[in-house]
Design a protein around this ligand. Structure first.
Ligand SMILES: NC(=O)C[C@H](N)C(=O)O
Length: 505
């Protein structure tokens, strides 16, 4: 029974759909696993035992009636980042501000998961309102990395990635504004994909930075990520930035890639990412991954994207500016927390005291940065300049994709750092997203796929693959080919080396 938790989502689905095991058994095995390990990992903020078992039972009943499964992932247990609304199920965004809030509606992603028969186990821990790279900014305490409990699982979606690395869920949903799916994927040895902006609906995704936020799949294999991507993607009239175009054929691409042939695929290594500030073990793992791509037949060249070095400062003007506006809605009048509501304070005082109490230091820092950057007299110098940089970065991508099909870089400059190591140094924390931010600014698709363990500390390293907008399938083809070669060379799937399950580092 406990072996069930080690299967991939694709394997679980096959067993459930052929009725070799029931969805209820599979769900119960994961709930048991959560009960066993989540005190140590703290991936979940809320476990919906009843809802999960009821959803699993409905899948089993449908199959028993001879109905076809609602989707290729029907019956598979999933962990959902606590920034996506779930009707009647707590949604906190890792903030005290929303403690106890029960959303009156499902996010489109949530609805699509339910319609696909995916079993939602619960809501995962995250940096408050998705601001952070370690989950230490959660108001509910940090999540621990399953590879080393003293280390961070990345952020902001550390709970989602940790939950699959610890085999508490088969698959998970994250959101990525500047790297929040890919960086946690990288440091937990799991796959994380930021789809093309507009490829997955933002309806019901509590907004941090609306022009950057994008939900996407987290999984232990590239194929599982592709299966989940197909379930959640597609046009949604409820999101004005949703793209009315067919979903790229990501599952077919993952299957094609698994055959291992990358002949004719042109891969560009981003010249600007690497060198000083990068952990040598990360760079060695990256070089080995690039050699592996070459061995699979890819044509590898170096490509310069000169404006990528300005992506981080541009992001830290654009994202806080949008957040200062988006978070104005938490005004003590409509949702969640309200303090000083004793009749002796003005409405303004109630708002101000509530926001003082409800938001943590990183959220306050960004609201202040953003308010300043948008204020009259400074707008052109800060926000305006950042928007120009954003255009230059998009042009760098366009020029690069005239030469190559995909770009590659390390996902993040270091392996998982220790809990506490960067909490007092926002700049060091921000640097975790150095390589991931350009794809958000341009609205392109990008993936992190594990490239093995660093030879320095035995911790997971991620290879980032970047593709043009609406060419998400390229990520899956290259990622699946690389993954198959990596596992063949290592004699087994990397994730099974996670020490928490008795493997070796
Ligand atoms: N939300 C994200 O994608 C994470 C990024 N590290 C940030 O703090 O903004």
């Amino acid at each position: 029974m406990t072996e069930l938790i080690k299967l991939t989502a694709a394997e679980l689905a096959e067993k459930i759909h052929s009725r070799e095991v029931s969805a209820v058994e599979v769900t119960q095995a994961h709930l048991d696993r959560i009960a066993e390990v989540d005190d140590h990992i703290h991936a979940f903020l809320h476990v919906d035992t009843e809802g999960a078992l009821a959803a699993a039972k409905a899948v089993d009943e449908g199959l028993a009636d001879g109905k076809a499964p609602a989707s290729p992932l029907a019956g598979v247990p999933l962990a959902l980042k606590d920034v996506l609304t779930t009707e009647g199920v707590p949604t906190t965004c890792g903030s005290k501000t929303l403690e106890g809030w029960l959303p009156p509606y499902d996010a489109t992603v949530t609805r699509k998961l339910r319609e696909a028969g995916v079993v939602i186990l619960g809501k995962t821990n995250m940096d408050e309102f998705a601001m952070g790279s370690s989950t230490e900014n959660s108001a509910y305490g940090p999540t621990h990395n399953p590879w080393d409990h003293a280390r961070i699982p990345g952020g902001s979606g550390g709970g989602s990635s940790a939950s699959i690395a610890a085999f508490e869920a088969a698959i998970a949903i994250g959101t990525d504004t500047g790297g929040s799916i890919r960086q946690p994927g990288s440091v937990t040895g799991t796959v994380g994909v930021k789809p093309t902006y507009g490829g997955v609906s933002r309806y019901g995704l509590v907004a941090f930075s609306s022009s950057l936020d994008q939900a996407g799949p987290c999984a232990r294999t590239v194929l599982d990520a592709a299966l989940l991507h197909e379930v959640i993607a597609g046009y949604d009239p409820r999101d004005s930035t949703s793209i009315d175009a067919p979903v790229p054929p990501v599952v077919a691409a993952a299957r094609q890639g698994a055959n291992g042939d990358l002949k004719g695929v042109k891969v560009g290594v981003v010249k600007e990412f690497g060198g000083d500030g990068y952990q040598p073990g990360v760079l060695r793992s990256f070089q080995a991954a690039v050699e592996q791509l070459r061995a699979l037949g890819a044509d590898v060249v170096e490509v310069s994207c000169p404006n990528f070095v300005y992506a981080l400062p541009a992001y830290y003007l654009i994202a806080p500016s949008e957040c200062s506006s988006n978070l104005a809605r938490f005004d003590a009048m409509r949702y969640g927390l309200r303090v000083a509501d004793d009749g002796s304070h003005s409405a303004e005082e109630v708002m101000s005291l509530t926001r003082e109490k409800g938001f943590g230091p990183e959220v306050k820092r960004r609201i202040m940065l953003g308010t300043y950057a948008l204020s009259s007299g400074y707008y052109d110098a800060y926000y305006g300049s950042a928007q120009k940089v954003r255009t230059l970065i998009t042009r760098d991508f366009e020029a690069a994709f005239e030469q190559v099909d995909v770009l590659v870089s390390p996902t993040t400059p270091t392996t998982a750092f220790k809990i506490g190591e960067r909490v007092d140094d926002p700049m060091a924390m921000y640097l975790a997203d150095l390589c991931t931010i350009p794809s958000n600014l341009a609205g392109n698709a990008a993936m992190s796929v594990p490239s093995g363990l660093s030879d320095e500390d035995g911790l997971p390293v991620g290879l980032q693959i970047m593709a043009p907008a609406l060419a998400d399938d390229r990520l899956y083809r290259v990622g699946a080919a690389y993954e198959a070669a990596r596992d063949a060379a290592a004699g087994g799937a990397l994730i099974h080396k996670v020490p928490e399950l008795g493997g070796t580092k």
